[in-house]
Design a protein around this ligand. Structure first.
Ligand code: SF4
Length: 683
């Protein structure tokens, strides 16, 4: 075996930094280096990117198919495992129908893997029960932006931070979670941009901001409506843009007429003067850019919050131009791609509606057979149906819902109630531990394919080593499973053929192919006959729905306010050194040493009142569960609010979180629930 170096893309967050990955003569991944001329990362990687070698190292990897026998796993062959899974799936479908089976795909897997997963669900299992973790991060982005603008993705490119006069970061903590981009925002600020940060916590960017609006969790819509009130009352909106490119302005203006900054002061906890100042900065700059994250989406009002933000952007005409736009920061490396590929129960690839008979006919013709026609379940719909005994078999890869979904005890109970749980993974996650069969998955370093980053850029990845042990790429084992079930609909000869089939059916990707993507650094969709070189900025001339539809957004209070029994509000956050359920980042001793496994951020005032010393053991209780962890006493959270990351299975914040959902997208309210905190006796 020879050592090798390939050009590839970081497998962690949605920024999509370019890296070189090298392997040694033993065939192991041994090094990472940034691509100096990469248009996004410009020669930088964050600590996670630099730790990629650990994430895919052969240590702790699942290297062969495993079958549960009572409380342990025994190795079996691929033939045996495929035969057992296919027999079980066919039995279930025959007995209960295709609604009783489903697939959860992965925002960490390639576009090709995700395309194969939804095709396997719709064409082979004949169900629209297909979903992935976008459900619990940016499903309201897709739904909200689509309603106002006609397209649910970042409108601009990340390089636009260097072109913006004002950058407003709301409900996002990019220096922790999208660190290379976070660094670029700091650079832009140092070069003269005005920075507005909206966050209940004092994030690193908040400390540098010109204005920090430290609002009460869950009051985003009230704040944005108050900003709209100030802007419209002062005629700071872009009248010409509104007249030419928007509809619904009058109704929106009427809706916010009485929402003065003073009227929301008690609710948001914000000084009205600061709201006025932020509204002036945002609307009066020639180029203002909004970036937002899960502090907007992970609420019952997730879709409403996104709509309110889209209204704000559009009314000010800050869209369709460099240095502007509404820009959701996607969490995982390919969460944009997994959505684009149609791993959602309501849409086929390219957001073509699953309940549209013409779309069904198009895919049935292309795939050569009948496709699912009944509406599908979301991931949490599958959990609920499993608990009710109506959902029996789940195929899942590259996700760990037992750690990442709200109300962990329920998820565990639901998965234990299934007749069949199949998990394909790199390592033995908490979800994999519950499986009937565990399949060894190939990592990003062992396969080719494409990832789509948060700015819609589709980039190629390349294998630097062969799959460890008997591991297979996700589309390859899905293909083998389809074959075992008697279907040859996934019979592609190589990864490029999966991509080519996908582009032929997915309008925004239609102009892409591997040779074009290899040239430079990928292409941003839409890429088609009208835009053969892709599109860096959406909506420059018109919106996909013609005119933008301004929609009045009504403030929705959080589901579970504090009370006497649960007097503190818990919000969740992520940490710079970790990623998702921790299954990749926690393999790195360098990342692991930086943060204790489990932490509760608490204000000194609350800590003092509860006699909690720094780093002391604490118990955190909500109506759904109880977790013991350590206290980080810090002014970075305001009095009355505590915060926990969800990366740590030792102190899982999702034992505590609320499952109350956004009615449009079923997004759970992960960002706010009531808890009590108590000091524990020192050991
Ligand atoms: Fe990877 Fe994101 Fe860090 Fe870039 S910012 S190196 S994509 S984790």
């Amino acid at each position: 075996m020879h050592s090798k170096v390939v050009k590839t893309v970081c497998p962690f967050c949605g920024v999509g930094c370019g890296m070189y990955l090298s392997s040694d003569a033993k065939g192991e991944v041994c090094g990472v280096a940034p691509q100096l001329d990469h248009p996004i990362s410009r020669g930088k990687l964050c600590d996670k990117g630099w730790s990629t070698v650990y994430a895919v190292s052969p240590e702790n990897r699942i290297t062969q198919p495993l079958k549960r026998e009572r409380d342990k796993f025994i190795p079996i062959s691929w033939d045996e495992v495929l035969c057992s899974i296919s027999a079980s799936l066919l039995d279930t479908i025959e007995q209960y129908g295709p609604q009783a089976v489903g697939v959860i795909s992965s925002a960490r897997a390639t576009n090709e893997d995700n395309y194969a997963a939804q095709k396997f669900a719709r064409a082979v299992l004949k169900t629209n029960n297909v979903d992935h973790c976008a459900r619990i991060c940016h499903s309201p982005t897709v739904a909200g932006l689509k309603q106002v603008l006609g397209s649910g993705a970042m409108t601009n490119s990340t390089e636009d931070v260097f072109k913006a006069g004002v950058i407003m970061v709301i409900g996002a903590d990019p220096t922790e979670n999208h660190s290379v981009l976070g660094g670029q925002i700091i650079q832009a600020k140092q070069a003269g941009a005005t920075l507005i940060v909206v966050d209940p916590r004092v994030t690193r960017l908040a400390k540098l901001a010109d204005i920090h609006l430290q609002l009460q969790p869950g009051t985003n819509t009230a704040l944005i409506n108050a900003m709209l009130h100030v802007i419209i009352a002062n005629r700071w909106h872009d009248q010409a843009f509104v007249e030419q490119r928007c509809e619904g302005f009058e109704a929106l203006a009427k809706h916010v007429e009485k929402v003065t900054p003073e009227s929301v002061e008690a609710l948001t906890g914000l000084d009205p003067q600061l709201i006025r100042q932020a509204a002036e900065y945002y609307s009066q700059s020639e180029r203002s850019m909004i970036m937002y994250g899960m502090g907007i989406t992970q609420f019952m009002a997730g879709t409403t919050n996104v709509i309110a933000l889209a209204d704000l952007v559009t009314v000010c005409g800050h869209i369709g131009k460099p240095g502007t736009g509404i820009n959701p920061l996607r969490g995982q490396n390919n969460v944009q791609g997994a959505c684009d590929m149609g791993c959602l129960p309501n849409v086929y690839p390219g957001y073509q509606l699953a309940d549209d008979p013409n779309v069904q006919a198009k895919f049935a013709a292309a795939w050569g057979g009948e496709v699912a026609s009944t509406p599908g379940l979301t991931s949490m719909g599958m959990t609920k149906a499993a608990l009710a005994g109506k959902f029996k078999s789940l195929i899942l890869f590259g996700e760990d819902p037992v750690v990442t979904d709200p109300d962990q005890n329920h998820v565990r109970e639901a998965y234990q109630a299934l007749d069949l749980l199949v998990v394909a993974e790199l390592t033995m996650t908490e979800t994999a531990k519950l499986a009937d069969f565990v399949l060894p998955a190939a990592s990003f370093a062992e396969k080719n394919g494409t990832f789509t980053n948060c700015e819609r850029r589709v980039q190629c990845i390349h294998p630097v080593i062969t799959p460890v042990g008997e591991a297979k790429g996700d589309w390859q084992w899905l293909q083998a499973l389809a074959k075992a079930m008697g279907s040859d609909q996934l019979d592609w000869p190589e990864t490029e053929a999966v991509f080519d089939e996908m582009t032929s059916l997915t309008p925004p990707y239609q102009g892409m192919n591997y040779p074009k993507l290899e040239h430079d650094y990928g292409l941003q969709w839409p890429c088609n006959d009208d835009a053969p070189q892709g599109t860096t900025i959406l909506h420059q001339q018109q919106f996909p729905i013609g005119k933008a539809r301004l929609i009045p957004a009504h403030y929705v209070p959080i589901d579970e306010p504090t009370d006497e029994d649960y007097p503190l509000l818990l919000t969740t956050n992520r940490l710079h050194f970790h990623y998702g359920c921790g299954s990749m980042s926690r393999k790195s001793p360098l990342l692991e040493r930086e943060t204790p496994p489990g932490i509760l951020f608490i204000n000194p005032r609350d800590a003092g009142r509860l006699a909690i010393k720094p780093f002391a053991a604490v118990g955190v209780r909500s109506r759904r569960g109880y977790v013991e962890t350590r206290a980080m006493v810090t002014e970075d959270v305001p009095p009355g609010v505590v915060s926990m990351p969800y990366h740590f299975k030792e102190a899982p914040s999702n034992q505590l979180t609320n499952t109350a959902q956004d009615p449009v997208t079923k997004m759970p309210e992960l960002k706010a629930c009531a808890v009590s905190v108590a000091a524990l006796p020192a050991n």
